[in-house]
Design a protein around this ligand. Structure first.
Ligand SMILES: NC(=O)c1ccc[n+]([C@@H]2O[C@H](COP(=O)([O-])OP(=O)(O)OC[C@H]3O[C@@H](n4cnc5c(N)ncnc54)[C@H](O)[C@@H]3O)[C@@H](O)[C@H]2O)c1
Ligand SMILES: [Zn+2]
Length: 345
């Protein structure tokens, strides 16, 4: 498959889907790179890393902080890293965010690449140049937009991924298909069984198409002024549900996509048949599609969403499966629309 690319800041980003981790050295332009990873990825795959100085960080959202970044700066200084160094983040979305942010800010920015090792990172998080950390309980509050020189996605490493992490990645792939490519939805419907069995060529095609969709959206709007907002489909409700219930991100987004699809029906742009099709696919992929939660509680968290602007929110609706639009909806109207869809009031 042809190599995908994002022409972004400060360099183009080559998206190497299907390339193997053991061949990583080929893409690193220096002899002794700095490899930032997490302890789990190091345990499984450390023996396949190229020569370099390995710095492991812990795992989980709690390590995605400025404290970790501070410790990494310290390690880089001790390693006498200078402007000619090259950093590679090897891990899931958390490692990619932390390594990308550290490299983007150390010495005002050094060269870096990413190896995405979760399905969510391969299909979504590692692509697009956003590198952020959490601050004072707020997610991704501090960050940069800077493209890695490459993102390597080796589908073979997914075989050690816990089932929950696989399903979270699948939710983001469904999101990409729902906003931009209907045939990818059909493909997932026709291959749900192989997908769940982690059939490698099938997964590789899903990752490739997902990366292709995200790359083209990012290239059109790197700084999220318009088109890139479509990537938030299902996320307005998803984030609120995640905050309230602590459900895994992809599971909350799955429920959020169904709610956003139902709102699209209310707004007259999607049919109930299409919503049912989306629900069936998510269910076949083992994802939840509804939650026993009062809509008022969801609404009250929405009011605190950092993407809220004044009295409104940029909401992603579907025109049809495979095509999205962004509309600024007032909080009052959103509340009304929410009261008309399924679920507890
Ligand atoms: N920068 C962006 O544009 C962007 C977009 C979406 C999400 N994100 C961020 O991504 C993060 C979530 O990423 P994630 O879901 O990959 O989580 P993660 O990085 O925490 O990885 C999930 C778990 O899987 C383990 N793991 C990683 N690779 C493995 C492998 N091959 N085999 C076995 N275990 C493995 C990790 O150690 C971790 O315990 C969030 O912090 C989110 O904010 C960023
Ligand atoms: Zn997401």
């Amino acid at each position: 498959m042809p190599i995908l690319q994002i022409k972004g800041y400060p360099n183009p980003s080559r998206l190497l889907v299907g390339e193997r981790l053991v061949d990583l050295a080929r893409h690193i332009p220096v002899e002794n790179p700095i490899l930032i990873t997490d302890s789990t990825v190091q345990k499984y795959y450390g023996n396949r890393f190229p020569k370099g100085s390995v710095i492991p960080i812990g795992t989980g959202e709690s390590v995605k902080t400025l404290k970790t970044v501070y410790d990494l700066y310290d390690r880089l200084i001790r390693l006498q890293a200078d402007r000619s160094c090259f950093v590679v983040g090897i891990g899931g979305g958390i490692v990619c965010d932390v390594a990308g942010f550290t490299a983007s800010t150390f010495l005002r920015g050094v060269r870096f690449g990413l190896v995405a090792t979760t399905l969510l990172a391969q299909a979504d998080a590692a692509i697009g140049g956003k590198n952020g950390v959490n601050f004072s309980g707020y997610k991704n509050m501090v960050g940069t937009i800077r493209q890695p020189e490459f993102v390597l996605c080796d589908p073979f490493v997914l075989k050690t991924l816990p089932e929950k992490e696989v399903s979270c990645g699948l939710a983001e792939i469904v999101k990409h298909a729902a906003i931009a490519r209907e045939p990818l939805l059909s493909f997932m419907e026709n291959h749900a069984h192989e997908i769940l069995a982690l059939d490698r060529p099938i997964l590789e095609k899903l990752i490739y198409e997902s990366v292709q969709i995200k790359a083209s959206i990012v290239e059109a709007d790197e700084r999220e002024a318009g088109e890139r907002r479509k990537l938030n489909f299902g996320h307005t409700f998803g984030h609120a549900i995640e905050t309230i219930t602590g459900l895994p991100h992809g599971h909350a987004v799955s429920i959020g996509m169904v709610m956003a699809a139902e709102i699209s029906v209310q707004e007259g742009s999607l049919t109930q048949t299409e919503v049912q099709r989306l629900i069936r696919l998510l269910q076949r992929l083992g994802l939840p599609v509804a939650i026993d939660l009062e809509k008022d509680r969801i609404f009250s968290v929405l009011g605190k969403d950092k993407k809220r602007e004044g009295d409104g929110i940029h909401f992603v609706l579907l025109n049809r499966l495979g095509e999205a639009r962004v509309e600024r909806i007032s909080m009052e109207k959103l509340k009304r629309l929410m009261s008309e869809i399924h679920g507890k009031s």
